[in-house]
Write a protein that binds this ligand. Structure first.
Ligand SMILES: [Zn+2]
Length: 436
């Protein structure tokens, strides 16, 4: 039996999907206006691992995994204005980069990737129903959700109303009936992107996007809603309010799963903090995507994770060791202990410890695949590092030959490397090499 900690009920519960042949997962995705940082990769890797577990347990075709791309938002508009290009230039560029970065971490594109700009009619429909039901109102070209109209508000984050009002990003907005009310639709000026609506030309608020996409692609009540803990309030609280009030009180999700935050140098890594490490920078530094993936899975997903150079180095060493055991096998049966660890609220540290104890190559390979690890044959994994180790060895032999005044041997080594496309450069600090 799979068990997950459900944020809504604040307890670990047996996972019982609505339909075991169509398990629906929705994860809030990126707002695409710059390169993703490693903290953005954590929910993507966590919920990809969860989807792998569910597919293993319920069948390869049992899971429908959706994650949105927010492609209209004020930060995108600012980035487009800074480059003097249409917003599509920004959003197409950075969503392509986002999926490339994640692919390097072994995260495939989700089954459904709805775009906000392609879900406008569904958002308008939901806003109209909320107004008709008395849960939203129009004021000065805006449409706002009427928070006091729904007593269930606050049920997910369990915060007192005064704290929620303080925590909400409250603009100076005299047209709001209650300070907690949040924007469903806002007006666009002529030079801003916008769509026609019953309330004038405008664009959607951020929260309504997810509620409308879930309804359009997955249904009224989904099995699992995922996202970072930083989204619990106000974003997820607002999603719950919009969806429940549009659907006669039906719950939005049977299980709410929130991943903990990634920290770096003790500063919280969220979009608003400048101290970030971008995924592509880590890859460019030569770290393999699978190493970054293992580092992200080294802590249980609900726990905070501190990112550091030593975490990355340890993850590399762990993978080297696992690859040496697995070799070039094709994979076989899955280890029950690994499945058991993952089934207990995705206990990846325990699953990794179990992987380390497996001696049978085919079992190791198949079990590691549940975590998206050991994806290539060991001969590929070690290829690059063996190359550079052997080059360094031959450079050391050449240095020794020169020290012994055996210049013929030194020249022979240099020529052999040159024939392999490796150029040596002698400098005051010693000999370095580069590919030709
Ligand atoms: Zn969302």
């Amino acid at each position: 039996m799979i068990r997950f900690y459900d944020t809504m009920s604040r307890e670990k519960r047996d996972f019982v999907p609505g339909d075991p042949e169509r398990i629906t997962i929705y994860v809030c995705g990126p707002t695409v206006y710059n390169r993703a940082h490693i903290g953005n990769a954590r929910p993507a890797v966590v919920f990809d691992t969860l989807a792998r577990l569910l597919r293993h347990t319920y069948g390869e075709r049992s899971v429908v995994h959706a994650a949105n791309v927010t492609d209209i938002e004020d930060k995108i508009m600012a980035a487009a204005a800074a480059e003097n290009v249409p917003i599509e230039t920004i959003t197409e560029r950075y969503s392509r980069f986002y999926f490339e970065d994640l692919a390097a971490l072994g995260v495939p594109r989700p089954d459904i990737v709805p775009l906000a700009t392609q879900t406008i009619p569904q958002m308008l429909g939901m806003i109209e129903r909320l107004i008709a039901a008395g849960h939203a109102y129009e004021a000065e070209g805006h449409v706002l959700f009427d928070v006091p109209s729904w007593p269930g508000y606050g049920g997910l984050s369990r915060r007192p109303m005064d704290e929620m009002i303080a925590g909400a990003r409250v603009d100076v907005a005299p047209y709001k009936k209650s300070p907690a009310d949040f924007v469903l639709w806002k007006p666009s000026s002529d030079d801003q992107p916008g769509w026609e609506s019953p309330w004038g030309r405008g664009r959607p608020g951020w929260h309504i996007e997810c509620s409308a996409m879930i309804e359009a692609h997955l249904g009224e009540t989904i099995d699992i809603h995922g996202g970072g803990l930083d989204l619990e309030f106000p974003h997820h609280e607002n999603e719950v309010a919009q969806s429940s009030c549009s659907h006669g009180g039906a719950p939005l999700a049977r299980y709410w799963l929130h991943n903990g935050m990634l920290s770096m140098a003790s500063a919280k890594m969220s979009k608003s903090v400048g101290n970030v490490v971008r995924i592509n920078e880590l890859l460019d530094e030569g770290h393999k995507g699978e190493v970054l993936r293992l580092a992200l899975l080294s802590a249980q997903y609900r726990q905070p994770l501190e990112w550091s150079a030593s975490l990355v180095a340890q993850s590399k060493a762990t993978l080297d060791r696992l690859y040496r055991v697995a070799g070039d096998t094709d994979g076989g049966d899955v280890d029950g202990g690994v499945v058991g660890a993952l089934s207990d609220d995705l206990n990846t540290p325990l699953a990794l410890a179990r992987l380390g104890a497996i001696n049978e190559p085919s079992v190791l390979k198949a079990s590691a695949a549940l975590l998206g690890l050991l994806a290539s044959p060991a001969s590929h994994w070690f290829q690059g590092s063996e190359d550079s180790a052997s080059i360094e060895t031959r450079i050391a032999e050449r240095t020794a030959a020169k020290a012994n005044r055996d210049f013929a041997a030194a020249d022979r080594i240099r020529d052999e490397l040159k024939a392999e496309g490796i150029v040596l450069e002698d400098g005051p600090g010693g000999t370095t090499w580069r590919k030709e």
